[in-house]
Ligand binder design. Structure first.
Ligand SMILES: Cc1ncc(COP(=O)(O)O)c(C=O)c1O
Length: 375
């Protein structure tokens, strides 16, 4: 049989205003096109050192163990759980949406007894309830999501939760996949023990790397483990031997993804964290105002909204799928669908990293106005 003549693929141009990935700046795309070099090449080792240094600045931490895990945000999540859980440990997970659920599932797979503290999607955890839950049992860790991409809710009182977890002898783990680079994470100031993220959202690098940072309490647990980590690939003590001084081969680093992350983090530093956070907040507020002017209802109360992802309810007269389709086909704009229990009920509009631009806010509002008016 004749081989099928496949055409070279050309990716369409999109304005990525969904819950991730976000658009990459041109210099980040160009970084991806540089040649592969060896994962122990001195030039690559230099990039690795700088990536770690810039990640520390972005996480706002001095933690030595701060690296990009090879894999997407879920690999970061898995690393943040697998390394600190031993079979039989009891853990407490805050569930304010889809990604809290994912942590529950993962923790269970690593042999933990999982208790959950939960609120309806769109709401956030109450500190008093967290304290009550922590007091019920001896927990190895408390894990919560900082910015719940599935609902657009941002969990406040992170520092207070970390203090509570420590008072009860638990490690505090934070999912910052949708917040790092767009909303202050402040790992050291808030005493967060383990934070993980993704490269493709407010950092605007290519998907495929998961920054993680581990503080002293976490390192102590790693050093005292009685059983090997349930995942060979994500075992941080071993991965660290490649990223640290030893430079021992563990797995082949995704070379180009690290080039792209290096360039994206360089742009984060160049803009400055404070200016970047202010840009995200400013553009989000413009979006919220514009959506309300279109008589649309936002899912999350103002004080709990996150700047990176906004959930807006689908008006009764509109079709969830059709509006999304028309935004993509007529305007080249991608927005996100409702997930899980909010499937079909909300759209999620992301303004993250390079996608958080005033002109995109105007564009998506104008497009929505036109589509909704045309029925
Ligand atoms: C809050 C949160 N956690 C975890 C993940 C998982 O990341 P990934 O899809 O990159 O594996 C996501 C992705 O959307 C997320 O938004």
């Amino acid at each position: 049989m004749e081989p099928k003549p496949f055409k070279a693929f050309k990716a369409p141009e999109r304005i990525l205003l969904g819950p991730g990935p976000s658009n990459m700046p041109a210099s980040v795309s160009q970084a991806l096109a540089m040649p592969v070099i060896g994962h122990l090449d001195p030039a690559f080792l230099m990039i690795m050192d700088e990536v770690q240094e810039m990640l520390r600045a972005t996480f706002q931490t001095k933690n030595k163990l701060t690296i990009p895990v090879s894999g997407t945000g879920s690999a970061g999540m898995e690393a943040a759980l697998a390394n600190f859980i031993e079979p039989g440990d009891r853990v407490l997970i805050g569930v304010i949406g889809y990604f809290g659920e994912r942590m529950v599932t993962m923790a269970g797979r690593y042999g933990a007894t999982v208790d959950r503290i939960e609120v309806p999607w769109g709401q956030v955890l109450d500190l008093g309830e967290v304290e009550k839950a922590l007091a019920k049992n001896k927990y190895k860790l408390l894990a919560v999501v900082h910015g719940e991409t599935s609902s657009g809710a941002q969990q406040p009182s992170i520092k207070e939760m970390a203090v509570m977890a420590h008072k009860h002898g638990a490690l505090f783990v934070l999912d910052t996949v949708a917040t790092l680079g767009g909303i202050p994470v402040e790992v050291d100031a808030r005493d967060v023990d383990v934070a993980f993220s993704g490269s493709q959202k407010a950092i605007s690098a290519a998907p495929g790397l998961a920054p993680i940072t581990v503080g002293a309490r976490g390192e102590e647990i790693l050093n005292k483990r009685k059983t090997p980590v349930g995942s060979w690939y994500l075992s941080l003590s071993e991965v660290q031997k490649y990223w640290g001084k030893e430079r021992t081969y563990h797995h082949t680093a995704p070379i180009q993804l690290n080039y792209a992350l290096h360039e994206a983090l360089r742009l984060v530093a160049e803009e400055g964290l404070e200016a970047r956070f202010a840009r995200h907040q400013r553009n989000a507020e413009q979006l919220w105002k514009g959506l309300e002017e279109l008589d649309m209802e936002l899912l999350v109360r103002r004080e709990h909204r996150m700047a990176t992802v906004t959930s807006v309810k689908v008006p009764p007269s509109a079709s969830h799928d059709l509006v999304k389709k028309r935004l993509l086909e007529d305007y080249g704009i991608e927005i996100g669908a409702g997930l899980g229990q909010l499937k079909g009920q909300i759209w999620r509009i992301g303004l993250m990293g390079h996608s958080s631009q005033r002109k995109y806010v105007s564009l998506v509002l104008a497009a929505l106005r036109e589509i909704l008016a045309s029925g």
